[in-house]
Ligand binder design. Structure first.
Ligand code: DAH
Length: 375
């Protein structure tokens, strides 16, 4: 039973049948005041005035006690006490209700401070992509994006890697279970961004062209240094009289912009079917500045081997002068034009920039916030 209902029971007024009519009327009036109060919709303050105020209903009734005979006045007095208690309780209880926490009354307190949403930030690899794009845009490269699901032709064949060519094995390709294109062959998840080369030649047509293609790549490998999905960026320049000097200058420029003024690059002979000559590209280590050694804080005359690179250099990717077969596949006149291309991984470049020895590269794509929030 609620607090209020129990009070009402306690305060049921009753007297013997032989009570005078005056007392009976008095009691009836008191009951009516109680009943009336329960039907009110006035505010608590107005109720106090109306029932308990100086000229309120309670006082009006109490004044009538003088009309009750002295023998019955005591009963009438008790009744008034009960009535007053009852009216006061009822009105004060309304006040308690008003004081209930706002939330329980389904009201909104606009003065309360709001709930702060968690603020995120751009994923470290997206940050790196923005930075790389900006660096190349400054020297006139145009950022493009070519399909991440592409025909065999763009991913391999047009890059001087015919069907059954052993060089294809290196790319650990995911083939998509789709009917092949009559000329362009199977559908693949692009294993590198080099598929953008011939596509860009087709798009631009007549050189000059300077493209930077940054996209997701996929390879069938997954371990602490590989994720099945990763990013590469591919640069390509085609114009009259383009030579290895331009390639080396561009790589050096990138090294200094991305790794700092002291950074150096190095190219070493290698083999790729789509470039001739071809190179592997190394950058000087960001921790030891390419020396292979770091200061020993405990002994100034001693040097410690740099644990990050072990040799002063980090290998990042490949580059070279575009093979004439590739230029021809893109419809470029090889008597008039030459070009260079380079390509390497965003994840690798980024972790080298930060000097990060991440023991498991898969963390980058783990959606592990305590890891990602550090960048
Ligand atoms: N596509 C090559 C890879 O994924 C990297 C590469 C090498 C890109 C030489 C080039 C290049 O543009 O000229 O390993």
């Amino acid at each position: 039973m609620s607090k209020r209902a129990s009070q009402e029971n306690q305060n049921n007024f009753s007297v013997n049948d032989d009570a005078s009519n005056k007392l009976k009327n008095f009691i009836q009036e008191a009951d009516e005041i109680k009943k009336q109060l329960r039907q009110e919709t006035l505010s608590q303050e107005r109720l106090r005035q109306k029932y308990l105020g100086k000229n309120g209903l309670f006082n009006q009734l109490s004044e009538k006690i003088t009309k009750i005979s002295t023998s019955e006045r005591k009963t009438a007095g008790l009744l008034l006490n009960h009535l007053k208690e009852n009216l006061t309780d009822y009105i004060e209880n309304l006040a308690d209700q008003d004081k209930e926490p706002l939330a329980q009354q389904n009201k909104i307190d606009f003065t309360l401070p709001g709930i702060k949403p968690r603020v995120g930030h751009i994923h470290p690899i997206s940050q790196a992509i923005e930075e790389i794009t900006h660096i190349f845009e400054k020297i006139g490269f145009i950022r493009v994006r070519y399909p991440e699901v592409d025909w065999d032709w763009y991913a391999f064949e047009s890059l001087n890697m015919p069907q059954e060519h052993p060089a294809r094995d290196e790319w650990e390709t995911f083939f998509v279970d789709q009917p092949p294109h009559p000329e362009k062959g199977k559908v693949v998840l692009t294993p590198h961004t080099s598929n953008g080369q011939v596509r860009e030649m087709e798009r631009v047509g007549e050189p000059p062209m300077r493209m930077i293609n940054i996209a997701r790549c996929y390879r069938r490998q997954q371990d602490v240094t590989h994720t099945q999905m990763f990013h590469q960026f591919e640069g390509m320049v085609i114009d009259k009289n383009i030579n290895i000097g331009h390639l080396k200058g561009t790589i050096d420029y990138f090294a200094q912009q991305f790794y700092g003024k002291e950074a150096k690059s190095r190219i070493r002979p290698f083999h790729f079917s789509f470039t001739e000559p071809s190179f592997e590209v190394d950058f000087s280590c960001n921790i030891c500045q390419g020396t292979g050694f770091i200061k020993d804080e405990n002994n100034k005359n001693n040097k410690l081997k740099c644990n990050f690179c072990k040799s002063g250099w980090h290998e990042v990717g490949g580059a070279g002068m575009i093979h004439p077969n590739v230029l021809k596949a893109g419809g470029i006149d090889t008597n008039k034009y030459t070009g260079f291309a380079f390509g390497w991984g965003v994840e690798r470049s980024y972790t080298l920039q930060k000097g990060l020895n991440i023991d498991d590269i898969r963390l980058l794509y783990s959606a592990n916030l305590s890891f990602l929030e550090q960048f």
